[in-house]
Design a protein around this ligand. Sequence first.
Ligand code: SF4
Length: 328
Amino acid sequence: MENILSIKNLSVSLSGKRGIVPILHNISLEVEQGHILGIVGESGSGKSMTAFAINQLLPGGRKSIVDGSISFCGEDLTEKTEKEMTKFRGKEIAMIFQEPMTCLNPVFTIGRQMKDVIMTHQKKSSKEAEKQAEEMLEKVHIRNPNRVLSCYPYELSGGMRQRVMIAIALSCSPKLLIADEPTTALDVTIQAQIIFLIKEACKATGTGVIFISHDLGVVSQLCDTIAVMYSGQIVEVGRAADVLAHPQHPYTKALLASVPSFTPREDGNDTLSAIPGMVPDPLEVITGCRFAPRCSYAMDICHKKVPPLQIFADGYSLHCHLQKEVEN
Ligand code: SF4
């Protein structure tokens, strides 16, 4: 499969009142056509900042200090001007967020907003755009698309608004869809429907997806590959089944151990574990592993040296001083 996105050694620092704040450290990621990459981690781990960096929408705009490359279909987005980026955003790279109301304009109907997006990126008449808007709503399984086109956002439920956002995002057949916690505000049954829609759309059109979530349960249902982020770094990447069944990094293990389970554990211990401490302040100078103060496996070397990147077969990699356990 062809790579749509290839991020290499991306580091980002934001310039603000607190000075230069490093927020992403040496990130490398790839997304193939028709594949879904999940990015997981606690709040403050840098998941959303990675998405903003891809879209060149970092807080502080051009004042941000960016090192490394973000190659999208062979073009380095870090070298694009603001005007050039407008050709990518919405058309080639679409985004959906946790709260659709922050993206939908409350004073225009859904139909008007969908038509605007379609006509901005495609040479279509108003009538053609309306027809396409209706078809897109049908594709996301909205039963009465004509009625929904005439509604204002406040007249729809949260789940319906998120379906509309997916329809808008997919209306220009993007090569890459970035979904930033799109199911977090929804109840479980609606979450499942939205996950199904994203999966269906991705597999049908070959759109690559980056699905950002703190919920490992959601990610396990949807993603082909998982990247685990901690404090602005990627600590473990691999096929979803491998990372979830045989996590190697102590942070991934701790994240998985903190997921509530309906079935009793083999060791009989049903206490829900939590990761002690907090994600460090980005300005905190840490000489070794950034997870060391919270890691139950930490050794002397972890506090002194940055862990090496260990690369294995099938795109699996690990940032840790511990060696990968050999699976039977
Ligand atoms: Fe823990 Fe050391 Fe690995 Fe960091 S490098 S995760 S402190 S074992």
